[in-house]
Design a protein around this ligand. Structure first.
Ligand code: F6P
Length: 363
């Protein structure tokens, strides 16, 4: 294999640039040139590529371009990203494969979330072009990997934000409802609630009704601010996927607590703030491990697979890294679906553990 391409697709995530850097460096070390595809699958269909490796004068050894040297610490994706409806069609995918072959590429690394992995699988099946996925999404909603790129950084950002909010909340003896991203997945809310010592957490996976959500928040605030307690802030972390707008929830809960006029409830939606920022150490390390195993996989003839941080067990194909395996993309997609609809053992375990610590959170 002499040349491969790499792209980022879907919502950006911290660590995408570190993964591009890893792919380029590992490929260059194996004598494989790398093309960067701009604007995700859109750029693939349009043939919008830039070289990420160059030949050094004399000897012809490959090295990363200057951009690659500096990108690893940057948030977002320097290649740009789109959600691309054209790639949902077979014509779009065939055109993309034609463009790649014209550019002399013999393999493709796709860095992105669950929609991007679905696109990568359809591309491999339709065109026979070798493709390997690297999971990247702050939502942590991709099957068969403990964590996707971006999750750790997003959690660190949330914790910093909730620490700041707790400062002002304590000063005024207030309750805060803080909404964190996660379209269909409560993972960020769940993990950050534990780390931030929140008093309650609201997840879509709990399947609570509108009234149950309001009652749960009101109860948490009542219990925390009960006269026998000396708490001076209440923190409730709400996942974006819980289908009640946060300002609405604040109003409903305030009305529910009308008998406690001294209790003030405020809301903050962290939104896209959580998606940006320089990747954490762990995201950079994970990016390096995914990048290494993706390139080794492509060069070794693997295709239609995703590199995943293994839970252990026999699934997937081992790599040179004991913690990373290559999983068939169709298995990844089935498990992703199960993660979302709650039938996955991973989701059930997350909800069970959250229910189990509910009483601890409230203390
Ligand atoms: O999937 C990542 C994510 O950040 C979700 O948490 C969020 O719901 C969505 O993307 C937001 O998408 P957009 O940036 O297109 O508004």
């Amino acid at each position: 294999m002499e040349r491969i391409a790499v792209l980022t697709s879907g919502g950006d995530a911290p660590g995408m640039n570190a993964a591009i850097r890893a792919v380029v460096k590992v490929a260059a070390s194996r004598g494989v040139e790398v093309l960067g595809v701009r604007r995700g699958y859109d750029g693939l269909i349009d043939g919008d590529v830039q070289p990420l490796t160059r030949r050094l004068p004399g000897g012809g050894r490959l090295a990363p371009t200057a951009d690659v040297e500096t990108m690893g610490s940057l948030g977002g994706t320097v290649l740009g990203s789109t959600r691309c409806p054209r790639f949902l069609t077979s014509d779009g995918r065939l055109e993309a494969a034609r463009r790649l072959r014209d550019a002399g590429a013999e393999g493709l690394v796709v860095i992105g979330g669950n929609g991007s992995m679905a696109g990568a699988h359809a591309f491999a099946v339709d065109t026979g072009f070798p493709v390997i996925g690297i999971p990247a999404s702050i939502d942590n909603d991709i099957g068969l990997t403990r964590e996707a790129l971006g999750v750790d950084t997003a959690l660190n950002t949330i914790i910093e934000a909730t620490d700041r909010i707790s400062d002002t909340a304590r000063s005024h003896h207030r309750a805060f409802i803080v909404e964190v991203m996660g379209r269909h997945s409560g993972y960020l809310a769940m993990a950050s609630a534990v780390a931030a010592a929140a008093d309650a957490v609201l997840l879509p996976e709990q399947g609570r009704s509108y009234d149950e959500v309001i009652a749960a928040v009101a109860d948490a605030i009542r219990a925390s601010f009960a006269t026998a307690r000396d708490k001076n802030r209440v923190l409730v972390i709400k996942a974006e996927g819980v289908d009640i707008p946060t300002h609405h929830l604040v109003n409903e809960v305030s009305a529910e607590l009308a008998d406690l006029p001294q209790v003030e409830v405020r809301g903050t939606v962290l939104g896209h703030l959580v998606r940006g920022g320089s990747p954490s150490f762990r995201d950079r390390l994970l990016a390096g491990r995914f990048g290494l195993t993706a390139v080794e996989g492509l060069v070794g003839g693997a295709t239609d697979v995703m590199a995943g941080w293994t839970y252990g067990g026999e699934r997937g194909v081992p790599t040179s890294d004991p913690f990373i395996r290559l999983f068939a993309l169709d298995d990844v997609l089935v498990e992703t679906e199960a993660l979302m609809d709650g039938t996955s053992a991973v989701t059930m375990d997350r909800v069970r553990r959250m229910e189990a610590i509910q009483g601890v959170l409230a203390l």
